[in-house]
Design a protein around this ligand. Structure first.
Ligand code: NAP
Length: 251
């Protein structure tokens, strides 16, 4: 089995699942590239927590929907942390609840630019660096999708669900393309997780309001998703690729 470098780039690590993944990875001895878009303070807090665990943390600002930003982010990572071992394609957005007939073209573009095209661009940069074919040492790409990709999110955000469904296809297709190149590509599909994303979306009480409707009568925590990601990127998951795992609490 090939040893993957203990370096990780996590997009959207200034809050929520990305920040929790940075801490969980640092606990496992990874040096961490902390991607963020606008929340510099959140990125600094994550970096401080990674450093407190004795690991190196580098803060990387980028809008993942911008191809130049993505390239610069990976180059900055190369310079500061060296060989890339793991990419976690975590950054993502939702939008206000709306039926399809009320979803604008501008909203669709933004949703797919950030949730689908951004992770594609990042996966491409990671694959070039990791792939045996191009002289890399192998690696793992983890795509953070959503249970919405299976459920469809009718009446709320079918656009978001579709953008994550496309990400699941990237996991399968790129996983198959990279399987012989010592690069595993895996996905997680979180259910309702207690993070800031709901408040950003104008629904600060979503987790509290939904809890009783959920099979386990509670939302998941960012750490529960992070622990699944860390498992998937570890050698314990060495025969898992081109597939996704639901972290939906039975949803
Ligand atoms: P969050 O706390 O809102 O974090 C989202 C992260 O994405 C932030 O760090 C944000 O950066 C970053 N981001 C947003 N737009 C970006 C852009 N254009 N370029 C680069 N980074 C950008 O949300 P979360 O709940 O942890 O969500 C993380 C992932 O889990 C998302 O992909 C989301 O779809 C998925 N997910 C979440 C849930 C849930 O219930 N929480 C359920 C299923 C799936 P800045 O804040 O620095 O701008």
């Amino acid at each position: 089995m090939v040893a993957t470098p203990k370096t990780i780039l996590i997009t959207g690590a200034s809050s929520g699942i990305g920040a929790a993944t940075a801490i969980a990875a640092a606990e496992c001895g990874y040096d961490v590239g902390i991607g963020y878009h606008s929340d510099r303070e959140g990125a600094e807090i994550t970096a401080k927590r990674v450093r407190a665990l004795g690991q190196t943390a580098v803060i990387l600002q980028a809008d993942i929907s911008d191809p130049d930003d993505v390239e610069n982010m990976f180059e900055h990572f190369d310079e500061e942390l060296g060989e890339l071992g793991v990419l976690v394609n975590n950054a993502g957005i939702v939008d206000e609840p709306a039926r399809v007939e009320n979803i604008s073209h501008a909203r669709l573009r933004r949703m797919f630019d950030i949730n689908t095209i951004g992770p594609f661009l990042c996966a491409k940069q990671a694959a070039i660096r990791m792939s045996y074919q191009f002289g890399g040492a192998g690696g793992v790409i983890v795509n953070v999708s959503s249970m919405a990709a299976s459920l469809g999110s009718a009446g709320r955000y079918v656009d978001y669900a579709a953008s994550k469904g496309a990400l699941d296809v990237l996991t399968k297709g790129l996983g198959d393309e990279m399987a012989a190149n010592h690069v595993r590509v895996v996905g997680v599909r979180p259910g309702i997780i207690d993070t800031e994303i709901h408040a950003k979306n104008g629904e600060p009480d979503r987790v509290r309001n939904m809890s009783n409707e959920l099979p386990m009568h509670r939302a998941g925590s960012a750490r529960e998703v992070a622990d699944t990601i860390v498992y998937l990127m570890s050698d314990k998951a060495s025969y898992i690729t081109a597939t996704s795992i639901d972290v939906g609490g039975g949803r």
